[in-house]
Design a binder for this molecule. Structure first.
Ligand code: PEP
Ligand code: MG
Length: 598
């Protein structure tokens, strides 16, 4: 386990975390609040009591002002139900009893405002959550949200939505998807998270935005102040706080070198995708939104192995219409033609929400109402998406990809729906592609165990290691407490991948991988050796993975994979693969990011 700070030199502090998005960023820090709040009890001196109460009142007033502004800005664009939520929030903020109780607690027990408010709000929240009535349960969520907003105000932290993020290095415990939307709108320099997971959807989007980032940096928030100079190394995971002037100079050179190497990578984009011994492979892109197609094309002429279509449904009061979806799919399909675009059908649930689903809170959302299960439960919603996809099919080369399949019945049922959709389109004289290949995401252990049966009825497989690892190792992919157990080098994961590849090969269907493992340079050779020939990765990794594969012999990769498959621990495998990379590419050091020996 890493212990931070790694070391301290003059005022400079070096910390280490997990790199998740390559590149080197240098800039001033901005500290952002996240969903998690921490309040510690502090004794307040009698003379400071009044100013503490003032601090509390100021935080309340500011929160009310913020909320009024939001209501003004978005009030007319949201549903009546959402407006009721805002009104409920205002009522809670102005509730005289809650305010009086907090003030009394500060005064009588001489405690800090955030601690007093937290305890009072928590007792209301608990009483309401215990209620059987849905209305009261919902109010408990309101209380929780307000509690967080006010406490963050008292503690003086900023929110992504309200802060000026331009050119800043964002430092936070965690980011939710709403923060990410704010980040996407600004030109952020770098991101450092104390928590975070390598495969959470926030991380996936950060990588898609090509922002140099490091996660899992223990104790960063204890060591950093707002406006500190910070260097983020998204290649090694190293963070330097307040670098002295020689370090800063060195970091600037390194950043410039990295940019030059990025240019060199662009130089290989048109070279053939074959290993040194002429074994062909394919590199595709993962995208979340249709406009990311620009970033794919900026790296070269590639297909799309995973289009996470649910992102066009998220944060929506109403699902997008068939026409709205068609326009988005058509745009991607046309731009990527003649390469294929695998449109994955809606994978909502888990950590991805859409208000229109009105889903109830679940104890285990990743094991619950998610992905294909929602689509099967809501065939009307699903068929609209299928219609849009089949119609877009005539504009290029579309593949349909089904998430979280756990049984052959699910695949068969979806196929009957596709037949119904095709028949409806024919009856309406609407053009569509009748021969779209239907593929299955293999991301649940049950699908691996029946991969030989699925392979007889599916046209292709795509391995989703992000979920496969969480379900196979029983490790929540977004929980930082167990992040140390989340490791795709685990021997069980490698054996599962080997089984999937074998089932695909036996039935002569293509097997690609679109989970984040496919874009990890230390896993590339191992995966190729196991038999993965299609890698679908975030655009920023496409040329890097391509260059590694071009510089290597498939037969060598097979030997390396064979060796790994005999090992017993994830650490052993990962260390071995790091050494393999060092041996194969000895020229790659801290300042050279380009494998050269091919
Ligand atoms: C996966 O699970 O590996 C995958 C690619 O899907 P997602 O990350 O969207 O769940
Ligand atoms: Mg998945």
């Amino acid at each position: 386990m890493k212990k931070n700070p790694k070391y301290k030199k003059s005022s400079e502090i070096i910390l280490i975390g997990q790199p998740i998005s390559p590149g080197i960023a240098i800039g001033k820090s901005i500290l952002l609040a996240d969903d998690y709040i921490e309040t510690r009890k502090r004794a307040i001196h009698v003379k400071k009591i009044n100013s503490e109460i003032e601090r509390f009142n100021k935080a309340l007033t500011e929160t009310i002002q913020d909320l009024r502004l939001i209501i003004e800005q978005v009030g007319s664009r949201v549903s009546a139900h959402k407006r009721e939520i805002f009104d409920a929030h205002l009522m809670i903020l102005q509730d005289k009893v809650i305010i009086e109780q907090t003030v009394n607690d500060i005064r009588e027990n001489k405690v800090n405002a955030d601690f007093a408010y937290f305890n009072i709000m928590r007792s209301y929240q608990r009483n309401l959550s215990a209620s059987k009535d849905t209305y009261f349960k919902e109010r408990a969520i309101d209380i929780r949200d307000i509690k967080r907003r006010v406490i963050r105000k008292i503690q003086g932290e900023k929110h992504a939505g309200s802060a000026n993020l331009k050119d800043k290095i964002i430092i936070s415990r965690n980011l939710n998807l709403f923060d990410i939307y704010a980040i996407a709108k600004n030109k952020v320099e770098g991101i450092i998270l104390e928590g975070g997971g390598r495969t959470t959807h926030a991380t996936i989007i950060i990588r898609a935005l090509e922002i140099p980032s490091v996660i899992g940096v223990e104790r960063i928030l204890q060591n950093v102040n707002a406006e500190d100079e910070v260097v983020v190394n998204g290649l090694t995971g190293e963070i330097i706080l307040n670098p002295d002037s020689p370090t800063l100079k060195k970091s600037i050179t390194k950043r410039n070198n990295y940019k030059k190497f990025e240019q060199r990578y662009l130089g290989i984009s048109d070279l053939p995708s074959v290993s040194k011994d002429n074994v062909a492979f394919e590199i595709d892109a993962n995208i979340e939104l249709d406009d990311e197609v620009e970033s794919v094309l900026a790296h070269g002429d590639f297909g799309i192995g995973l289009f996470r279509s649910e992102y066009i449904f998220m944060a929506k009061e109403k699902p997008p219409t068939e026409e709205e979806q068609f326009v988005k799919y058509a745009n991607v399909v046309k731009r990527i033609h003649p390469h294929h675009v695998s449109i994955r059908t809606i994978d909502l649930g888990g950590d991805k929400f859409a208000p229109f689903l009105e889903a109830e809170a679940e104890n285990n959302p990743f094991l619950g109402w998610r992905a294909i299960r929602i689509c099967i439960d809501m065939p009307d919603l699903f068929k609209i998406q299928l219609r849009a996809i089949y119609r877009a099919g005539i504009l290029g080369n579309v593949r349909l990809l089904l998430p979280m399949i756990t049984s052959i019945e699910e695949l068969r049922y979806v196929k009957t729906l596709t037949e119904e959709v095709k028949l409806d389109l024919s009856n309406q004289n609407i053009e569509y592609d009748a021969n779209i290949p239907i593929g299955v995401m293999i991301e649940v252990p049950s699908a691996v165990m029946i991969a030989d049966q699925l392979a007889k009825e599916a046209d292709f497989f795509s391995i989703g290691t992000n979920d496969l690892v969480q379900y196979a190792l029983a490790v929540d992919r977004g929980n930082p407490k167990v992040a140390y157990l989340y490791n795709f080098f685990h021997p069980a994961v490698l054996r599962l991948i080997e089984m999937i590849v074998k089932a695909g090969n036996d039935h002569k269907i293509p097997v690609s991988m679109c989970g984040e493992m496919a874009g990890d340079p230390f896993a590339t050779i191992l995966l190729f050796g196991i038999g993965i020939k299609e890698f679908s990765v975030s655009p920023v990794m496409m040329l890097k993975i391509k260059q590694i594969l071009r510089c290597l012999e498939f037969s060598e990769a097979q030997k390396i994979a064979g060796h790994c498959l005999k090992m017993q621990t994830a650490d052993e495998i990962e260390n071995y693969m790091r050494n393999v990379m060092l041996e194969l590419f000895p020229n790659m050091d801290e300042d050279n990011f380009f494998p050269e020996n091919c």
